[in-house]
Ligand binder design. Structure first.
Ligand code: AMP
Length: 288
């Protein structure tokens, strides 16, 4: 497995792969890899000849009071896991390498960041789209793989790719969960044992929303109220948002339909966690 730290070398390596007639899949990450990341990598591998993973904790997507400094890091463990999955190349630039001094250009998607996480994390998605656009220029992938756990991020990046005519196939992978339902996240490592118990309320409340929908509830506000009171029954929880929204525009809806996105951001202790689900009608089981 090759490890590259400079933009120039990355571009040369990508050029050599393409010249050799091979295709490239990119999985961008911020490291501290878990099974969610590794699943994205396996999907990337299925789609292309060569798999490139970037590990970069991107400072421009963290707000001034967020956890940039504390963000968990484990380069050695990450490289071992990447190698085991069969990654061909890891690109891990420094912040100085990524952002040349005096950098003043960014990629901004206009409307999608105005919802959900964008409301409490101003500038976050500008940081995301800028760094992902830069990674795309550096790695020149045919395919890039992202997790549906960060639903809004996937939506924003898909929009950017469409709007800027980037010739890259974006693949979204369903959220990978712990056995008890908790969505895997590098930030789960911040949780105490008690907080982790409370964190289960996110997925359980999504299940509750789905159950209400399947029982015939169509009022978004009623489901939101249920979800809110369910989560708040758990200690250390503070709700950032509960949104029932259109899965494409991310605009709030009043009436639920199949496919409506239920998206949550909840602080558990000091850790901000997100999760989401699309409402589906469950098939009624056939009676014998
Ligand atoms: P991060 O390192 O948190 O920036 O995540 C890198 C990529 O992994 C993003 O596309 C995330 O959406 C994706 N990802 C993170 N956690 C999960 C998960 N539990 N299931 C699926 N994808 C995930």
């Amino acid at each position: 497995m090759e490890i590259i730290k400079t933009v120039k070398q990355m571009q040369q390596a990508a050029h050599a792969i393409r010249t050799g007639g091979e295709s490239i899949a990119l999985v961008p990450t911020m490291g501290f890899l878990h099974e969610g990341h590794l699943t994205l990598m396996r999907v990337g591998k299925e789609h292309c000849d060569r798999l490139i993973v970037s590990i970069f904790v991107n400072p421009t997507q963290f707000g001034p009071n967020e956890d940039l400094e504390a963000y968990p890091r484990d380069t050695e463990g990450d490289l071992r896991k990447a190698e085991n999955v069969g990654v061909d190349l890891v690109f891990m630039p420094s912040a100085r390498e990524m952002y040349p001094q005096g950098a003043q250009t960014s990629v901004v998607v206009k409307d999608l960041p105005r919802h959900l996480c964008g409301l409490s994390r101003p500038g976050h998605f500008d940081g995301v789209t800028t760094v992902v656009a830069k990674l795309f220029h550096m790695v020149n992938p045919h395919v890039a793989v992202f997790g549906q756990k960060d639903y809004q991020q996937l939506a924003v990046i898909s929009r950017m790719v469409m709007d800027l005519d980037m010739d890259i196939q974006i693949i979204g992978v369903p959220t990978v969960r712990e056995r008890d339902g908790l969505a895997m996240s590098s930030r789960n490592s911040y949780l105490s044992a008690e907080e982790r118990q409370s964190a289960l309320s996110l997925k359980k409340s999504l299940n509750l929303a789905e159950r209400l929908f399947n029982e015939g509830e169509r009022r978004a506000q009623a489901v939101k109220d249920f979800v809110q009171s369910y989560i708040l029954e758990h200690p250390h929880t503070e709700i950032d948002y509960i949104a029932l929204c259109d899965p494409v525009t991310l605009e709030d809806v009043n009436t639920l339909t199949e496919g409506t996105l239920v998206a949550l951001a909840v602080r558990v202790g000091k850790t901000r966690l997100i999760d989401n689900a699309r409402l589906r009608k469950q098939k009624k089981s056939k009676k014998q």
